[in-house]
Design a protein around this ligand. Structure first.
Ligand code: IPM
Ligand code: MG
Length: 378
């Protein structure tokens, strides 16, 4: 374990349930400061609707600067009905999210879909189809149709309107995301499924060719399969355990990762990491956020499940803060909480009494204390 390290975080709690989930992450940070040799300091700022209210923009330039200077950004959620009417795309809460991804060059979005044993019945699929499920979606996050030019809505001479976006990928964009997928697969099940629509899109043909080339050049020890994205959507419902790592573009990744998340039945449990390129010193920009949204319907009521945000912080410990052991410890604490039948409303079954957001954070801290005691005894 790395000793005497000081880390600097930026917490962007955002809208809806973001702030209450982030409050529980702060408890974990305080615990780590009290009980480990590393020191974590943090700054806080706005993103999304709250940033629009405070600064008139969903992501201020100063916030981007702070994000670039931090070792990791932890994000809550953005959006809500209050800002839904915005017709100017650049002022919508979601634009803040897209902007921070682009500005920090966070091209690699890792979205694990894991079924915790204690929550196997929460899935809408049969338990035997999802028990032990552990897949990783590697989604390209700064290219494709989300950012391709030209884009817009124009009025034609005949008075009709025309909306258009451009799906575009270059060799280097495809290779760098495929590289991440192969690297991840090496640490897991050594199997990558690459998804596109090469049957209808040239960008998909290029995607398939470049992934195949890279595989031949430097990752032939990994099993590689190609699959059309629509088939992948179907296979995810039919037999999700056939997958290990799925690598795909921005738009297909958006859709397939929601589907994979739902297989677990508990959106409130799923973290994600968005990583930039590694610089010469071995560090990279990174942002960690739960897969779930801002859930405005339950915001401010101490009902939200903070575990996805806490598990996102665990990913930050692993990928940005060089504290893999503490990431393991935190993830184990979450498992123990679930095994003890402690549940927020979204994951509670008939036999459970649901607890609140803040109590869930306390339960994780309690488990961390128990692990610490046990390790002192051992
Ligand atoms: C996601 C979300 C975003 C996306 C939205 C909120 C812009 O759906 O992170 O998956 O489409 O990427
Ligand atoms: Mg999405």
């Amino acid at each position: 374990m790395t000793q005497n390290e000081n880390y600097n975080l930026l917490l962007l709690a955002g809208d809806g349930i973001g702030p209450e989930a982030m409050k529980e992450v702060k408890k974990i940070i305080a615990w780590l400061n009290d009980n480990t040799s590393a020191t974590y300091s943090y700054d806080e700022d706005y993103i999304g609707g709250c940033a629009y209210d405070a600064y008139g923009t969903p992501l201020a330039d100063e916030t981007i600067t702070k994000a670039k200077q931090s070792d990791a950004v932890i994000l809550g959620a953005v959006g809500g009905p209050k800002w839904d009417g915005k017709t100017d795309y650049d002022l919508r809460p979601e634009a803040g999210l897209l902007k921070i991804r682009k500005e920090l060059g966070l091209f690699a979005n890792l979205r694990p879909a894991i079924v915790f044993d204690a929550l196997v019945d929460a899935s809408s699929l049969k338990p035997e189809l999802v028990k032990g499920l552990d897949i990783l979606i590697v989604r390209e996050l700064t290219g494709g149709v989300y950012f391709g030019e030209p884009r817009g809505i124009e009025t034609l001479e005949n008075g009709e309107r025309r909306g258009f976006n451009t799906q575009v990928y270059t060799t280097s964009e495809i290779r760098r995301i495929a590289e991440v997928a192969f690297d991840m697969a090496k640490k897991r099940g050594s199997f990558v499924t690459s998804c596109e629509k090469a049957n209808v899109m040239e960008s998909g043909v290029l995607w398939r060719e470049e992934v195949t080339k890279l595989h031949k050049e430097s990752h032939s020890d990994i099993r590689l399969e190609h699959m059309y994205a629509d088939n992948c959507a179907m296979q995810l419902c039919r037999a999700p355990k056939q997958f290990d790592v799925i690598v795909t573009d921005n738009l297909f990744g958006d859709i397939l990762s929601d589907e994979a998340a739902m297989l677990t039945g508990s959106l409130g449990m799923l973290p994600s990491a968005s990583l930039g390129a590694t610089d010469t010193q071995g560090s990279r920009h990174a942002l960690y956020e739960p897969v779930h949204g801002s859930a405005p319907d339950i915001a401010g009521q101490n009902k939200a499940n903070p575990l996805a945000t806490i598990l996102s912080f665990a990913m930050a410990l692993r990928y940005s803060l060089h504290q893999g052991d503490y990431a393991d410890l935190l993830e184990q604490a979450v498992q123990n909480v679930l095994n003890a039948g402690i549940r927020t409303a979204d994951i509670a079954e008939a036999q459970h009494t649901a607890i609140g957001t803040s109590e869930m954070g306390d339960a994780v801290i309690k488990q961390l204390n128990i692990s610490l005691e046990n390790s002192k005894v051992a």
